[in-house]
Design a protein around this ligand. Structure first.
Ligand SMILES: Cc1cc2nc3c(=O)[nH]c(=O)nc-3n(C[C@H](O)[C@H](O)[C@H](O)COP(=O)(O)OP(=O)(O)OC[C@H]3O[C@@H](n4cnc5c(N)ncnc54)[C@H](O)[C@@H]3O)c2cc1C
Ligand code: FES
Ligand code: FES
Length: 1214
């Protein structure tokens, strides 16, 4: 426990309330403090603010975003900024005010516009990301009540959402923006959101299609005066800062926060190894330091000085503050002086996300000397200097390659600290640029980045000085000093460029073992960046030459128009999109909600953080925490000896069945992959349990052979189940009559990243071995069954409850049963409630993901593109246990034909057994991977025939009613109508023309376009899964409680069920309620999956309501003028049962009245993949080229062969 008696008092505010704490853990974060703190802070006020969510714990997803407000001693203003609470050291908050989603508003009190609008704009689905979104938007609005769209994009840039696809979230934010909201749909100049019911929208026929999801005019307006003020007490504290050193002692570490620079420097002498902590880095790295020094209260470190030759920025300034400072200086100075500032600013816009930039300090960034630092290469080439200070005095060192390489002679001494960084102005004829290539534009570390500076001799294009530095290509930022020296005096022309590329490839050596791999790609970037710089400088030279009428200007190289697009950066703009839905029949009663765009039932609660997820359930009496030990920990085996550890759960503790043969819950003797669960530790807190897992020692002996890839598995004949095969027609015979292509396609896997990690709370009851299990799952009945067999107790003693799930995508179908069962063993053994919450690392390690696929196809086709025969063989990487791999293989081959009628087909599939964590169900269940193989084949046929892919697709699509390969009659009417509508509404052919024109004119940038059809049959393979039940109660006040077998994963199933019940019972949805899904109310449920849950459960709810209405009919007939409440009262008096079970089976014939996008939607994204492939195909490369999936920047770049990839190839070869 932290040592309260010696600690100083940490003072800060949360949502306007004062927190005074002596009991803080210096290793603790704001997130843990908010979520877990049980201290009674004032008469009736507990913190325990669970609206702020844990999803990644690494600052990468934004789910834990809160707003911090501080008084800035330099500007004397209050600064409001967003931070990720999971990386915010709790001790760093002394003197700050924190606002969480609960402090913004609540449905019980006041619902401010930011929360109202995200909910009403349909910006929430599972709602797990929503509090973070709200907080990022709220902070933006506190600073800019009418933000620009660019500011909105920047504010939300590092908030992930796995459900909504961002469009509605951005749409809600956009309602605050000053720019026009118009999406200028199809050139009509009118926003799709403004199409009224009587307009003739291009999206559909008059009155049939609607796009208006919300009425802007009904929204409350933003009133900044309603917001929480900065606490006057904190203002007083900031204006009269305490100079005393504050110390907070914890169980293992101490946090020291000096009040003066002198004290800090003395402390640094006393604790030379203690890091200075300002930003998020320490937390994200997870290293332990016994002493942490916080310079947060030292105003000298936040000073900014503008000098005649440059800008000196305090090391304590955050990167966000640095952005503002640079922007201000750029506005003040002539362009020629601000080249470096512009380059830094460019990188600062894409470096991490806004929350991290608000937290990370310039000092921490520079001193970390991270090999991927975005700022250090630019600072290094622009001759920045570091102003150091220690108790001994001050000195300056250059921020150069020696410092960045961490050479002791060029680095800080242990007792020194960085006070500020001096960045000189650039000068006339000097050009500075920054380049960066990352997995995505925002919130991703760069693969490679660079800073480049050239000084040309005045009035000429000859190089006087040149500096180039790269990040991401070695263990530190690397300077190409030798190459630059050799190029001095050269003219800025093509000859110099060629020579420079050769020199750089020689000097910036990247061995095959370079960190992060991707050597060829990185080397290509090294020269590609130089080429971009070359073009940029040429363009700038052109301007200067015009301006100064330089005498030998006709000798300067020129940039051809075709090359200019290489200089344009991709803009981060709000994506344009619109959701359309069919208007209901005008005669439909107003009360009947079916077909209307009803807001998600929990949307407002999502937005205020009041929606409870599994780990938001308050701690129960005597609760203990469990952490899993997987086959990776290799430390000391003393876990049980630690005083805080209550127990270690192993396979021997399982009273019943330990999973299945070859798929054990807890491994015994043998593990087949990294991440297999071996045992679990139970302790009083999550931190203690987690730390104890690191003390378990496991000795491994290697098993042979070790198989990771599909190719290895094929070689070793390592399969999980027998081959699956479908055949129709005569493939061999058909091949004899056509041209042929043989191809291979790799489709990569995908890790599960539902925002809410796997979690479960098991509460053992005192009587009859009963257990209550609260679990985040798509299949509570499966959890219940698995717990029953593991504990060897009947199913009827176990009740599983699912209130809502923070995203599942298939990853919460099978795996939650494993975690539920292990936690239940712990609960039974210890007699305590057990909470098990996986951290993101464990979740990603243990739970597997989408199966990677290796597909081989042989296609036979005529020259007009008609495919006559197709033979596909697919192998999936199933990992080390069977899990759902056999079913996934079946689905994959069943759906391989996609939307095409090909007479002669042969599909074969096999699930490979490898030494990887078992792959599992994932949205689409094999269909996306399989269909990608088929569509790649179609694209290849198009390339061979010299026809656009859409023509081949059209030619081979089902045209008439026919039997599918799985012998189901299929009527393609909807498919054809949908295809034609998509072509029409997207103006596909005019866009295709535009793309072709653009590609002709631009050499370095290419556009692509694709349209992909999709036939997706919903449902499970086993017909026994096509059943559902519901239970509907009517209470004597007329209110209705609906329960059904589906789980709320964000898809809005509860909302839909109430729409059905409302239509059937003819009463408003507001009279109805759904509390949770529980195995005690609806037994033997089927997993919420396969895109049919709303359909089958909807039918069951309908059935229950119809039964009830039938019972009420005589009463209603007798008193037609009566109210619903009158009828219910009368029914009760007449002893008519007001509770009914509804049941439904045989899905295929009678369903699909509620069909949404479900699993099938996953494959719609493939159109982006094929559009990229289309763009790449326009580059002058091998004719039968195909981008492999996923189409990462690396694959796309390397697929686009050019002089630079060639240079790298030649260089590697030589
Ligand atoms: C989620 C996330 C994403 C990121 N993405 C990117 C990215 O895309 N690009 C990029 O370039 N960077 C990225 N970063 C790194 C970030 O820019 C910072 O470099 C990093 O956070 C370090 O800064 P800090 O303030 O957190 O350091 P701190 O934790 O405060 O300190 C780091 C180190 O510097 C030392 N130190 C700090 N201040 C001083 C001082 N004044 N004098 C002497 N020593 C000092 C400390 O002792 C410590 O050893 C990311 C960081 C995170 C957490
Ligand atoms: S950013 Fe904090 S939980 Fe993801
Ligand atoms: S609604 Fe955003 S993650 Fe589910």
């Amino acid at each position: 426990m932290p040592c309260a008696s010696r600690s100083d008092e940490l003072v800060f505010f949360v949502n306007g309330r004062k927190v005074m704490e002596r009991n803080v853990d210096p290793e603790g974060t704001l997130l843990t403090f908010l979520r877990k703190n049980w201290t009674l802070l004032s008469k009736s006020w507990l913190l325990r603010l669970t609206g702020t969510k844990y999803a990644c714990g690494r600052g990468g997803c934004g789910a834990c975003t809160v707003m911090v407000s501080k008084h800035d001693p330099v500007s004397r203003k209050i600064r409001h900024f967003s931070v990720t609470a999971c990386l915010m050291p709790i001790c760093s908050l002394h003197g700050a005010a924190v606002t969480t989603v609960e402090g913004v508003g609540s449905i019980k009190t006041r619902l401010p516009p930011v929360q109202e609008r995200i909910a009403k704009s349909h910006g929430t689905q599972c709602g797990f990301c929503t509090p973070g979104m709200v907080m990022s938007m709220y902070t933006l609005l506190r600073n800019h009540p009418q933000p620009s769209e660019e500011q909105l994009m920047e504010a939300l840039g590092s908030n992930l959402c796995r459900c909504t696809g961002y469009r509605p979230i951005l749409e809600s934010g956009r309602t605050f923006c000053m720019e026009s909201n118009s999406c200028q749909q199809k050139g009509t100049g009118k926003c799709c959101l403004d199409w009224g019911e009587n307009d003739s929208s291009p999206l559909g026929k008059k009155s049939e299609i609607c796009t208006k999801l919300f009425a802007k005019e009904e929204f409350q307006s933003l009133d900044p005066t309603q917001e929480l003020i900065f606490p006057p007490e904190l203002l007083r504290m900031a204006e009269n800062p305490e100079k005393r050193t504050l110390t907070f002692y914890g169980e293992r570490g101490t946090w020291i926060s000096p009040g003066t620079l002198k004290d800090l420097l003395e402390l640094k002498v006393k604790h030379p190894k203690a890091p200075l902590v300002l930003g998020p880095a320490m937390k994200s790295q997870g290293h332990f330091h016994p002493v942490l020094l916080s310079p947060a209260r030292i105003s000298e470190l936040s000073m900014v000085t503008k000098t005649s030759d440059g800008l000196t920025i305090g090391a304590g300034c955050s990167l966000a503050q640095m952005q503002d400072i640079l922007a201000e200086r750029i506005a003040e100075l002539p362009e020629e002086k601000t080249q470096t500032y512009r380059a830094l600013l460019k990188h600062l816009r894409s470096l991490a996300g806004q929350q991290i930039r608000n937290m990370a300090s310039l000092g921490g960034h520079v001193i970390s000397q991270h090999c991927c630092s975005d700022l250090n290469p630019v600072l290094a080439v622009s001759n920045a200097t570091l102003n150091l200070i220690s108790a001994e005095g001050t000195r300056q060192i250059p921020l150069n390659e020696h410092f960045l390489a961490g050479l002791a002679s060029a680095d800080l001494k242990p007792e020194e600290i960085l006070e500020s960084v001096h960045i000189p102005h650039s000068q006339k004829w000097e050009f500075v640029s920054a380049f960066r290539q990352a997995q995505c534009q925002q919130n991703a570390l760069p693969h490679v980045n660079a800073g480049m500076r050239v000084l040309l001799k005045e009035g000429t294009d000859s190089i006087e000085d040149l500096s180039i530095a790269y990040g991401g290509v070695g263990a530190a930022t690397i300077s190409a000093h030798r190459s630059c020296q050799l190029l001095l005096g050269r003219r800025w022309n093509e000859l110099m460029l060629d020579e420079a590329c050769r020199l750089l490839l020689d000097e910036v050596s990247l061995p095959g073992s370079a960190p992060g791999g991707r050597v060829e790609f990185k080397r290509t970037l090294v020269v590609s960046f130089l080429f971009k710089f070359y073009l940029e400088v040429l363009q700038e030279l052109k301007k200067l030459v015009k301006l100064f009428s330089v005498p030998d200007s006709r000798h300067h190289s020129e940039v051809s128009d075709q090359f200019l697009s290489a200089l344009e950066d991709f803009l981060v703009t709000i994506p344009q999109g619109v959701q359309t839905y069919q208007n209901v029949d005008p005669h439909q009663p107003l009360q009947d909600p079916v077909g209307r765009p009803i807001m998600h039932l929990s949307a407002l609660k999502h937005a205020t953080g009041e929606a409870m997820f599994c780990d938001d359930i308050p701690m129960v009496d005597k609760e203990l925490f469990m952490a899993l030990v997987t086959s990776i920990n290799e430390e000391l085996s003393r876990a049980l000896e630690l005083p805080e550890v209550v127990d270690v759960i192993t396979a021997e503790d399982i009273p019943g069945t330990n999973g299945a043969e070859g798929d054990k819950l807890l491994a015994i003797d043998e593990v087949n992959c990294v991440g297999q669960i071996i045992c679990a530790v139970v302790a009083e807190t999550d931190v203690q349990a987690k730390r104890a897992t690191e003390k378990i020692e496991i000795t491994y002996e290697d098993l042979e052979p070790v198989i990771f890839t599909i190719k290895d598995a094929i070689k070793h004949n390592s399969f999980l189940c027998p081959e699956k095969k479908l055949e129709q027609g005569n493939v061999e015979e058909a091949f004899e009559k056509v041209d042929q292509i043989l191809e291979e396609v790799h489709v990569g896997g995908q890790k599960h990243f539902y925002m809410e990690t796997q979690r479960v709370l098991v509460i053992p009851k005192t009587e009859d071995k009963e257990l209550d299990i609260y679990v985040s799952t798509q299949d509570p009945a499966h959890v219940q069954k698995t717990v029953s067999s593991t504990l060897n107790i009947p199913i009827n003693r176990i009740t599983c409850h699912v209130k809502r799930v923070g995203g599942g995508f298939g990853g919460k179908v099978g795996k939650p049963a494993v975690f539920g069962a292990i936690a239940a063993v712990g609960a039974i053994k210890t007699g305590h409630p057990i909470r098990l919450v996986l951290d993101r690392e464990d979740d990603m390690l243990i739970t597997g993901g989408r199966h990677p696929v290796f597909g081989k196809y042989k296609v036979g086709f005529m020259n007009n593109g008609r495919i006559k025969a197709l033979d596909i063989e697919c192998y999936i990487n199933g990992g080390c246990t069977l899990d759902d791999s056999e079913l996934v293989t079946e689905f994959l081959i069943l759906k391989l034909e996609n939307a095409y009628k090909i007479r002669n087909l042969r599909f074969q599939g096999r699930a490979c057994m490898t030494n990887l964590p078992s792959n599992t169900a994932f949205r689409g269940f094999g269909f996306p991977q399989g269909a990608l193989v088929t569509e790649s084949c179609i694209t290849a046929v198009a390339a061979k025939c010299g026809l656009p892919p859409e023509k081949i697709r059209e030619k081979n699509m089902y045209k008439t009613v026919d039997k599918t390969i799985y012998k189901q009659a299929f009527n393609p009417e909807t498919l054809i109508r949908c295809w034609n509508e998509c072509l029409d509404k997207s103006s596909f052919y005019s866009r295709r023309m535009h793309v072709e024109e653009f590609n002709k004119k631009n050499y370095w940038k290419k556009k692509g376009i694709a349209i992909i059809p999709m036939k997706f049959s919903v449902g499970f393979a086993a017909t026994s899964y096509h059943q559902a039940a519901a239970l509907v109660h009517i209470y004597t006040d007329g209110s209705v409680l609906v329960t059904h077998g589906g789980n709320e994963l964000g898809q809005g199933i509860h909302t839909k069920m109430l729409q059905v019940a409302s239509r059937e019972l003819k009463i408003p949805m507001s009279c109805m309620h759904i509390s949770e899904t529980s195995t005690a109310t609806v037994p033997n449920t089927i997993a919420t999956a396969a895109s049919i849950s709303a359909d089958v459960n909807g039918r069951a709810v309908q059935n229950a309501c119809q039964i009830l209405l039938k019972r009420l009919e005589p009463i209603i007939k007798k008193h037609p003028e009566g109210t619903w409440e009158d009828w219910i009262e009368a029914a009760f008096e007449q002893r008519i049962s007001l509770s009914a079970t509804g049941y439904f089976r045989n899905f295929l014939n009678q369903c699909a009245f509620l069909q949404g996008l479900g699993e099938s939607g996953m494959f719609l994204g493939s159109s982006v993949f094929f559009a990229i492939a289309d763009a790449v195909a326009t580059v002058d490369i091998a004719e039968d080229f195909m981008v492999q999936s996923p189409a990462t920047p690396e694959r796309v770049r390397m697929a686009c062969a050019d002089r630079f990839t060639e240079m790298v190839g030649n260089c590697l070869f030589s």
